[in-house]
Design a protein around this ligand. Structure first.
Ligand SMILES: [Zn+2]
Length: 236
């Protein structure tokens, strides 16, 4: 709940530097945080956390290399977005616009949905897909880690950024096609340490769009599964 002083400061901030909805561009009201009420009401949620088998998880499992005895990997995303829809501005703001507060807000929303899910509610460890140190240094933060920390906070899980490491630098994925993306990240990840006691691991990445699948999310699970998690639970 915002206090009177908080509202006054926010109103003053809006006068000095008006906050706008990143989706429609409308100025935000005092009671609106990050996006306007209209865009929030129309947020195209996937509801994938309500279905153990969904199109996203099916595509991921089809792309994972055959690893005998490994169970189906669950997968979920908060909302749909693509190149041609304004909702793409939410992840864009987190990735390029220093929108850490916006990222935390939507990640906490995802965390609340996951917490109530039969397939994600018992996640005990959240691992962000790492950026290469040089890219992280240039951007100042890892957008996947911003999401992972907020999701872990809501789930009451531990966020571990010291397990999955990026072994080599890859070229930016944005302009690459599907096969080129997979080649680009092949062998790019490794596991730095084994942590006993983890049972259900959630791997977090910021997806580049509905049609552009995250090659990182497809290439990181096999190495996590091979090296660190001999248990029967899924690492995604
Ligand atoms: Zn809006």
């Amino acid at each position: 709940m915002m206090t009177g002083m908080g509202k006054m400061l926010l109103a003053l901030g809006d006068l000095l530097m008006p906050r706008t909805c990143p989706v429609c561009g409308r100025p935000l009201g005092l009671n609106e945080r990050h996006i306007c009420l209209y865009c929030a009401a129309d947020l195209p949620l996937t509801y994938y956390w309500e279905r153990s088998h969904n199109p996203m998880a099916d595509r991921l499992n089809a792309a994972l290399p055959d690893q005998e005895g490994m169970p189906y990997a669950y997968a979920a995303a908060l909302f749909f977005y693509d190149e041609d829809v304004p909702y793409k501005m939410i992840p864009w703001k987190l990735k390029y616009g220093n929108g850490i507060g916006t990222g935390r807000y939507f990640a906490a929303m995802l965390g609340r949905y996951l917490a109530g899910s039969e397939w994600f509610g018992d996640v005990d460890t959240v691992i962000p897909v790492p950026l290469h140190w040089a890219r992280r240094w240039r951007r100042g933060y890892n957008q996947a880690a911003v999401i992972a920390r907020a999701v872990a906070g809501v789930l009451g899980a531990e966020c571990r950024e010291d397990i999955l490491v990026r072994r080599r630098r890859t070229t930016t994925q944005t302009r690459l096609g599907g096969d080129a993306r997979s080649r680009n990240v092949k062998g790019a990840f490794g596991v730095a340490k084994r942590i006993p006691g983890m049972r259900h691991v959630l791997l977090v990445d910021l997806r580049p769009g509905r049609r552009r699948r995250s090659a990182s999310v497809r290439s990181a699970p096999p190495c996590l599964r091979r090296s660190a998690f001999p248990s029967r639970r899924s690492p995604l």
